[in-house]
Design a protein around this ligand. Structure first.
Ligand code: BES
Ligand code: MN
Ligand code: ZN
Length: 484
């Protein structure tokens, strides 16, 4: 889909659909509409009320070159923000595509032409264009396609930023959507290398032998049950100019290409979704794709520990004790708590590579889904100031994030009789004890842990997004680096 800034006047825009946004409870015609407003009647008759994502279509509007004039509902005007616009253009794209529309132009009123709004408009359209139908063999599936999406008003830089972010997010969603028989740790590493070569990033993949030499016993213990070899993906971005500080951001993403639970095997029902268990890793890889193009002022290193968690004859058993890269020993009481095991070795390695600030993203616990549902990402930290920066970035990007508590009392639940700590904390506070497990390894390095188990996957399609991976986290990572 071609994305462009439309230079033509409203009446001169050549498109299958020219869109204006109308709001709820606005008297008369929406202020954005054309002079001699052909949409006025639609609006005044009550046929169009302006409710969020509502769409009314007028064919062959008088005085306009465009084939259709589309009124799109923006909801309540005072609540309209960049996140609402992102959803609106997404909803538009999916609705108009289904009707066979091939080119869309969106007219933005003065009030919505700031960079954040314009980027969000572009993002919404690109994100909505994904169908996750690669494995469908119907030859007609691509007959309906939007070839061009244009925005009237705003800056080229904002259009480009939105395109870069959303394309990166779709790259990440596509990785997460691949079935686990395709998306093995080896293929994930290959995709990371391809992407790095394409965008001028340095990429290194540590194989099993190298990880053994280094002593990554926690990661290797998870990997040993699978015939698929593990990989630790490391991608480096360095800004062109010398950074103002020694700060170095490390992004670490859980890359479990399939999580059966291992010997502590999961129930059959719903297990197919566990191919999304590398969504954190995919978000981190996608973030690097955008970072390479948007060039933030701080060095960023991405690390993705990639493994498959299987119950093979060589699989680790409950009660096994492994030695992590940090030197700490872990009693593995439940082999299904594997994400934290691979993350701690990757985080320790990130520290050794010089990262001064760490963010990890992981589909880590079912408990976070119980706590926050499918709306908010759960955020944990050992450094309030760092988290406040992060939350500001997540807010600006419309990626809802909620801080979870990290009182010392929760840590008690990880005490092991036979090793330094064990890998589960029991039923209650499951997402918090998981976070404490990780925190024990990062120690004093400013760190944020994101539990994206509830937000990385859409169980049902939304009007603005297909069912499947969401790519959550990516835009916030990029903005965090940009705002450094
Ligand atoms: N990948 C899962 C997290 C998960 C579970 C996501 C259910 C979505 C739905 C993770 O590896 C896991 O299995 N976590 C366990 C931890 C438990 C054994 C302490 C969980 O949450 O049940
Ligand atoms: Mn698991
Ligand atoms: Zn998992």
């Amino acid at each position: 889909m071609e994305i462009k800034l439309e230079p033509a006047k409203f009446s001169e825009v050549d498109a299958d659909a020219l869109v204006v946004i109308g709001f709820e409870g606005v008297e008369g015609a929406p202020p954005e509409a054309a002079p001699g407003d052909p949409a006025k009647e639609l609006y005044q008759s009550g046929e169009f009320s302006g409710k969020a994502l509502e769409i009314s279509i007028l064919h062959r509007p008088a005085g306009l070159k465009a084939k259709r004039l589309v009124l799109a509902g923006g909801g309540k005007r005072e609540k309209f923000d960049a996140a609402a616009l992102r959803k609106l253009t997404g909803g538009l794209l999916r609705a108009l595509k289904a009707k066979g529309v091939r080119s869309i132009a969106l007219a933005l009123d003065e009030a919505w032409r700031s960079d954040d709004f314009v980027a969000a408009a572009v993002e919404g359209a690109i994100l909505a264009d994904v169908e996750n139908d690669r494995y469908k063999t119907d030859p007609k599936k691509n007959e309906k396609a939007v070839e061009r999406f244009a925005v009237l008003g705003g800056s080229q830089a904002a259009v480009d930023r939105g395109r870069i972010l959303a394309e990166a997010q779709n790259f990440s969603r596509d990785l997460a959507n691949e079935p686990a028989n395709v998306m093995t740790p080896t293929l994930l590493a290959e995709r990371a290398q391809q992407m790095s070569a394409e965008f001028g990033l340095e990429c290194e993949v540590l194989d099993q032998d190298r990880m053994r030499q280094l002593g990554m016993g926690a990661l290797l213990g998870v990997a040993q049950g699978s015939a698929e070899p593990p990989a630790l993906i490391v991608i480096r971005y360095k800004p062109a100019s010398v950074p103002a500080s020694l700060d170095h951001l490390g992004l670490v993403g859980k890359g479990v290409t399939f999580d059966t639970g291992g010997i502590s095997i999961k129930p059959a029902e719903g297990m197919e979704k566990m191919r999304y268990d590398m969504s954190g890793g995919a978000a981190v890889l996608g973030a690097m794709r955008a970072i390479a193009q948007l060039k933030p002022p701080i060095p960023v290193t991405a690390l993705v520990p990639a493994v498959e968690n299987m119950p093979g004859s060589k699989a680790q058993r409950p009660g096994d004790i492994v030695k992590s890269l940090s030197g700490k020993t872990v009693e593995v009481l439940n082999t299904d708590a594997e994400g934290r095991l691979i993350l701690v070795d990757a985080l320790t390695y990130a520290q050794r590579l010089g990262c001064t600030h760490l963010v990890d993203a992981a589909t880590l616990t079912g408990a976070i889904v119980v706590a926050l549902g499918n709306v908010n990402v759960g955020a944990f930290t050992n450094n309030e100031e760092f988290l406040q920066k992060f939350l500001a970035a997540s807010k600006a990007e419309g990626e809802k994030t909620w801080q979870m508590p990290m009182d010392e009392e929760y840590k008690e639940l990880l005490k092991s009789t036979f090793a330094d700590l064990h890998n589960i904390g029991g039923r209650s506070g499951g997402s918090i004890t998981a976070a404490w497990f990780i925190r024990d390894f990062v120690a004093e390095t400013p760190w944020i842990h994101l539990d994206i188990a509830g937000t990385a996957w859409l169980d049902d399609a939304k009007p603005y997004m297909a069912k499947g991976p969401t790519g959550v986290g990516l835009r916030t990572f990029v903005r965090l680096a940009e705002n450094w």
